[in-house]
Design a binder for this molecule. Structure first.
Ligand code: NAP
Length: 317
């Protein structure tokens, strides 16, 4: 399948948007940032990456580490890299950054990946916002890496999220972080409040997103900054997965393709232009969640998935 252009996003072309300020010196892997014409970043499902407004490529499918113990995170990271995943999503508050680092080193030691093949995301927790520089250092130390591919602020917190973001901007300039972004900003005005106050526009917004809460409005809105959307709770989150897996539309599409409901939901995310990070501590599930590049949802099926929107969140935060 050729480059997938997110057709729906074409309608989002907005003229005259601000360019993100780029680093003066680029690292070898970094290419030119795309022209900021106000378009949503384009997904390439052949390379399985998206080009961020920071100039870096990011895998469009990753494995999430929420609620995993450090030992589970180590194994899941290792299994994920073995299965083909090249994106791992963790956070300081999950308490498993060290486990992720161990899983990564295990995969490197066994020759499965090199550090530069893997994209690590972590998040700055709200109680660290007043000491953002130290929070970046602490995540680097716990992960055991000398740079982090993406750090995002975990939640909107108007009292001090801008200074926290500015600490991440300093870390970008020092080469400690490559891309930076936001998580849990659900109102366009709240996103703009930060995005307009900072130099480096957010590369990514990570919000609860799944077939019952498709984040369409926010995705349209962030296109003006060239920011990409990433789905957390793509399968509904622990305890809720059966609600989505047994949904009639999702089940019937899954039967038609001989794929599981989880795979259909993940594939829908990728075709809709959402980076997807299902979470799992089960090696079979991890392999299954990566096995989504050999089928495609038809236009009609994409429309049926879109029609599932209920503005229903599973998390209460
Ligand atoms: N920014 C934020 O505030 C925020 C909040 C929540 C989550 N996140 C991120 O988003 C990631 C995804 O969210 P999540 O992990 O909470 O929820 P999720 O991915 O929606 O669902 C995880 C659940 O799905 C199950 N599962 C995964 N693959 C499966 C498969 N192929 N078949 C059957 N069951 C499957 C897992 O069970 P098994 O372990 O048994 O596979 C687990 O119970 C997190 O891990 C985290 O990185 C971010």
């Amino acid at each position: 399948m050729k480059k997938m252009i997110i057709a729906a996003m074409a309608a989002l072309m907005l003229a005259g948007c601000a360019s993100p300020k780029q680093e003066e010196e680029k690292t070898p892997e970094q290419t030119e940032a795309p022209e900021q014409t106000g378009t949503y970043p384009e997904f390439n499902l052949d390379t399985k990456t998206v080009h961020l407004n920071s100039g870096f490529d990011m895998p469009v499918l990753g494995l999430g580490m929420f609620s995993l113990s450090p030992g589970q995170a180590e194994n899941s990271t290792y299994w994920a890299l073995k299965a083909g995943f090249r994106l791992i999503d963790t956070a300081r508050i999950y308490g498993n950054e060290e486990g992720v680092g161990k899983g990564l080193r295990r995969a490197i030691d066994e020759g499965i990946v090199k550090r530069e093949d893997v994209f690590i995301t972590t998040k700055m927790w709200t109680s660290d916002y007043d000491s953002g520089d130290a929070a970046v250092e602490a995540s680097l130390r716990r992960l055991g890496v000398d740079y982090i591919d993406l750090m995002i602020l975990h939640h909107s917190q108007p009292s001090n999220d801008i200074p926290a973001y500015q600490a991440m901007e300093r870390a970008v300039k020092e080469g400690k972080l490559r891309s930076i972004g936001l998580s849990n900003y659900y109102e366009p005005e709240d996103f703009d409040r930060v995005a307009e106050a900072v130099e480096i526009k957010p590369a990514l917004l990570q919000n609860e997103t799944h077939p019952y809460h498709q984040s369409t409005l926010m995705k349209e809105h962030i296109a003006k900054y060239g920011t990409v959307l990433e789905s957390w709770f793509p399968l509904g989150g622990r305890g809720n997965t059966q609600t989505l897996f047994n949904d009639e539309t999702i089940s019937s599409i899954s039967e038609a393709h001989g794929k599981s409901s989880a795979q259909v939901i993940i594939r829908w995310n990728l075709q809709a232009g959402n980076i997807c990070i299902p979470g799992s501590s089960n090696e079979d599930h991890i392999r299954e969640d990566y096995d989504v590049f050999d089928f495609e949802l038809y236009e009609e099926e994409m429309r049926q998935m879109e029609a599932l929107e209920k503005d229903q969140r599973f998390a209460d935060y």
